[in-house]
Design a protein around this ligand. Structure first.
Ligand code: EPU
Length: 433
C-alpha cells in the first residue's frame, strides 16, 4: 500500500466555494456494463466510463479472462470477447473488488462453468454471496467449494431459466441474474428485484442489442433467454453517477457560496434533494443541473433531519456518510438509521475525533447533535464513500487534515482533488514519505 495522502486546509465553517463541477459516469453502472460484455459475440464500446480504480480492476479481470480490452482516451473502453475465454476469475484481482461477483453470472451463462474466490471490496461489514449461490443452484447448476474457490457448473453447459425470489433486495444479485438470464435456456423471473436506476440503464442497453428483458425498474424482472448478443457497434453511454452528484451537492450545501453541479440526473437524486430542502438548503434545479447557494445570516444554519437508508428510490446508503457530515452542522438532533449494511457507521468514530457530537445507539443507528465546529485531524479512509465524507469533513473543519488511504477514494472518484480545487478547495495530493 503506498503512502499517498491528501492534505486539506479547512475553511473553518466559511461558505466560500464557487464554480461549476461536472459529474462523471456512474461507477456502479459502468462496472456492470463491462461485465455484460461477456454476453456478446462482437465488441462492445463503452463511453463516459469513469477513470477510477474499480473500473481498472474490472478491466484487468476481463483481460485476464481472455477478452481484448482496449481504451480510447481516459473514458472509452472497447471490450471484445475472444474464442479463448477462461472460466476462472483471477483470485488476486477478484479479492480486491466486490463487484467481481457480477462477472460470475454472464460467465456461467456463457461457458456453463465458473470458478471464483469469495469476492473482496469495501470494509462495510459482512458482504455475503448466499443469494448468488442459491440462485445458480435454482438455475440447475452444481456448486462445489474446493479449497478457497467456488466451482459452479451447469449440467449440459446451460443454465435453465426459473423463478428466483431474492430474500434480500440485492443490487448486484439482481444484475447478475438478469445477465445470466439473457443466455439461459427459457425464461428467468427475478422477484423482489432491486429497482436501482443503474439496473434499468443496463437492461435498456442489453435490449437494444437483442436481449429480451421486461419489468426492469419494478420488483419483478422477466428475461427471455437466447443467443449471444450483438452490439453492432451501438455504444453504451454510462449514465451520470448519482452518488457523486449527491456528494458534490452535500459539499456545496456545507461550504458553497454558489456552486453548480452539472450533468446530473435529477430524478435519481430526489430523496437527497428533498431531504436537504427540508433541512433548509437553498437548492435550484434545472434539466440536468443543481445549483446550491448559501443563505445569509441565521437562516444559513440548516435544521436537523432524520435519515433512514433504503433501497432505491429511498435514501441511498452510499450517501449516508457524507450526509452524516452534513448533519453535524445542522441545528438539533438527527437520527441516522443505516438499514442496509452493518458496519457502515464505524467511520463516525473519526468524525467524533474531529469533535462531532455523535452517539452510537447500536450498530445501525447514530444520533448526531449539531451544529458543532469540526477540527482538522489525521484520518484513514476506510472505504470510498466514508473516504470522501472525510474529505468533505476536512474541508469544513478548522485547521488542516491529512486523509490517508487515498486509493480507496480513487476507487470511486476520478480526479477528485482537481475538481475540488476548481471550486476553491485547498487540497493537495502528496506521495511518498
Ligand atoms: N446480501 C445478502 N446476500 C447476498 C447479497 C447481498 O444477504 O448474497 C445483503 C447484503 O448483505 C446487504 C443487502 O443484501 O445487507 C443489500 O446489499 P446489495 O447486494 O444490494 O449490495 P451490493 O449489490 O453488494 C451495491 C453497490 C454498493 C451499494 C449497494 C446498495 C455495486 C458494485 N455496489 O452493492 O455500492 O452500497 O448496492 O445500494 O453496485 C459503493 O459503490 O461504494 C457501494 C458499496
Amino acid at each position: 500500500m503506498n503512502n499517498d495522502r491528501f492534505l486539506i486546509k479547512g475553511l473553518a465553517g466559511a461558505k466560500t466555494l464557487k464554480g461549476t463541477v461536472k459529474v462523471s459516469g456512474a461507477k456502479n453502472a459502468a462496472l456492470k456494463a463491462m461485465a455484460a460484455s461477456l454476453l456478446f459475440k462482437d465488441e462492445v464500446t463503452l463511453r463516459n466510463v469513469p477513470g477510477i480504480e474499480d473500473i481498472k480492476r474490472i478491466a484487468d479481470l476481463l483481460s485476464d479472462l481472455g477478452l481484448d480490452v482496449n481504451t480510447k482516451g481516459k473514458n472509452t473502453y472497447i471490450l471484445t470477447p475472444t474464442k479463448e475465454i477462461s472460466y476462472r476469475l483471477n483470485p488476486d484481482i477478484s479479492k480486491r473488488i466486490r463487484s467481481s461477483i457480477v462477472l460470475t453470472g454472464p460467465l456461467l451463462a456463457r461457458l456453463g462453468k465458473v470458478a471464483f474466490p469469495h469476492p473482496g471490496g469495501c470494509v462495510i461489514g459482512e458482504r455475503p454471496i448466499d443469494l448468488f449461490i442459491e440462485g445458480y443452484k435454482k438455475m440447475g447448476a452444481k456448486v462445489r467449494v474446493v479449497r478457497d474457490e467456488y466451482i459452479i457448473e451447469a449440467p449440459d453447459g446451460k443454465l435453465v431459466g426459473t423463478e428466483l425470489y431474492l430474500r434480500n433486495t440485492s443490487v448486484t444479485a439482481t444484475e447478475t441474474f438478469m445477465m445470466a438470464g439473457v443466455l439461459a435456456k427459457g425464461t428467468t423471473v427475478i422477484k423482489n428485484a432491486a429497482l436501482e436506476p443503474e439496473i434499468v440503464h443496463l437492461a435498456e442497453y442489453l435490449n437494444t442489442c437483442g436481449a429480451r428483458i421486461t419489468g426492469m425498474g419494478t420488483p419483478t424482472i422477466t428475461i427471455r433467454g437466447g443467443a449471444l448478443l450483438r452490439s453492432q457497434k451501438k455504444a453504451y453511454v454510462t449514465m451520470p453517477d448519482r452518488i457523486e452528484a449527491g456528494s458534490f451537492i452535500i459539499l456545496a450545501a456545507l461550504a458553497g457560496k454558489d456552486v453548480r453541479i452539472e450533468k446530473c440526473n435529477i430524478e435519481n437524486i430526489q430523496s437527497l434533494l428533498e431531504t436537504l430542502k427540508l433541512s433548509g438548503v437553498n437548492i435550484e434545479t434545472g434539466r440536468d443541473w443543481v445549483r446550491v447557494r448559501s443563505t445569509k445570516g441565521k437562516k444559513g444554519v440548516c435544521k436537523a433531519v432524520h435519515i433512514k437508508t433504503h433501497e432505491y428510490p429511498g435514501f441511498p446508503t452510499d450517501l449516508q456518510a457524507p450526509m452524516t457530515v452534513f448533519l453535524t452542522q445542522a441545528e438539533g438532533e438527527s437520527l441516522v438509521f443505516e438499514t442496509i449494511f452493518e458496519g457502515r457507521l464505524n467511520y463516525t468514530e473519526s468524525l467524533v475525533r474531529m469533535h462531532a457530537d455523535i452517539t452510537m445507539m447500536d450498530p445501525h443507528r447514530i444520533l448526531v447533535k449539531g451544529p458543532k465546529q469540526l477540527h482538522g485531524k489525521t484520518l484513514e479512509s476506510p472505504d470510498l464513500r466514508a473516504g470522501l465524507a472525510f474529505v468533505i469533513a476536512a474541508i469544513i473543519a478548522k485547521g488542516g487534515s491529512v486523509v490517508h488511504n487515498v486509493y480507496n477514494i480513487y476507487r470511486g472518484y476520478e480526479n477528485i482533488e482537481e475538481r475540488l480545487q476548481s471550486l476553491g478547495v485547498d487540497i493537495q495530493l502528496v506521495s511518498g514519505d
